[in-house]
Design a protein around this ligand. Structure first.
Ligand code: 5RP
Length: 248
């Protein structure tokens, strides 16, 4: 069971959920990105821009000697536009610290990720990192997976295998849906050229995330599952009242 603590930060004014995201991101950077860190993984989603914002505030001198490895197109753009040096996991298979968003985190630091369809690369960068930290607003801070994030477990699949994997997930008791783009004109295609299935499962099944992860990973055609089990070392949540909740 992870422990949980709270602290108040002085932060620039910003409203509601955005303020909470920024507070979490700033707290995580301040706690985990050390001056001597040379390779930093940058995750995906709407909280991560605040991570980059805080890193840029650490100054040009320290950032000049660093490489930043993205989890996808969005974070690559963030890194480039912030004037930071872009690296990749081919060159840097060992990352000092990766900071990423999350869709939900339970009390044991298990997480659901992949709401932005980036979870394959996100998991690679999480596992490549000596320290993997997630940042989120208060809505993502839960006790059990599948309560706040009801859309289901994101599963990245090879395009030609999606119908077969949907059937497999149904047989496992899930209610899989192929993720469609915003205009519903076609399926979401990941940065790796694959499809994403969202598979809700019962609370009983979600209560055993490691077993579920292992079962889905074994399905032929599955590239990665958005269940992050025993990977997250710390989670920072910005709260509505300006405080931060930390789970370690
Ligand atoms: C993308 C992710 C994101 O990190 C996750 O969806 C959280 O995003 P946000 O910070 O916008 O809430 O897993 O695949």
């Amino acid at each position: 069971m992870a422990s949980s603590t709270s602290a108040r930060l002085q932060l620039p004014q910003l409203d509601g959920v955005e303020a909470a995201k920024r507070a979490a991101a700033y707290a995580a950077v301040d706690a985990h990105v050390r001056a001597e860190d040379r390779v930093i993984g940058i995750g995906s989603g709407s909280t991560v821009p605040y991570v980059v914002e805080r890193i840029v505030q650490q100054g040009k001198a320290v950032n000049a000697g660093r490489w930043f490895v993205p989890t996808g197109f969005q974070s690559k753009e963030l890194i480039v536009h912030a004037g930071l040096q872009l690296g990749d996991v081919d060159c840097y298979p060992v990352i000092d610290v990766t900071i990423d968003g999350a869709d939900e985190v339970d009390s044991a630091l298990n997480a659901i990720k992949g709401g932005g369809a980036c979870h394959l690369r996100e998991k690679v960068l999480a596992e490549a990192a000596k320290v993997f930290v997630v940042v989120a607003d208060y809505r993502k801070n839960g006790t059990a997976l599948g309560q706040a994030w009801t859309q289901g477990v994101p599963v990245e699949v090879a395009e030609f295998a999606y119908a077969k994997v949907m059937r497999d997930l149904q047989r496992m008791g899930g209610k899989p849906v192929l993720r469609m783009g915003k205009a519903k004109a076609g399926p979401v295609v990941t940065d790796n050229g694959n499809f994403v299935i969202d598979a809700p499962f019962s609370a009983e099944v979600m209560a055993q995330p490691r077993a579920l992860l292992q079962q889905i990973k074994l399905l032929t055609g599955v590239l990665e599952v958005g269940l992050f089990v025993d990977v997250v070392q710390a989670a920072y949540f910005g709260n509505q009242d300006g405080t931060i909740t930390t789970k370690v």
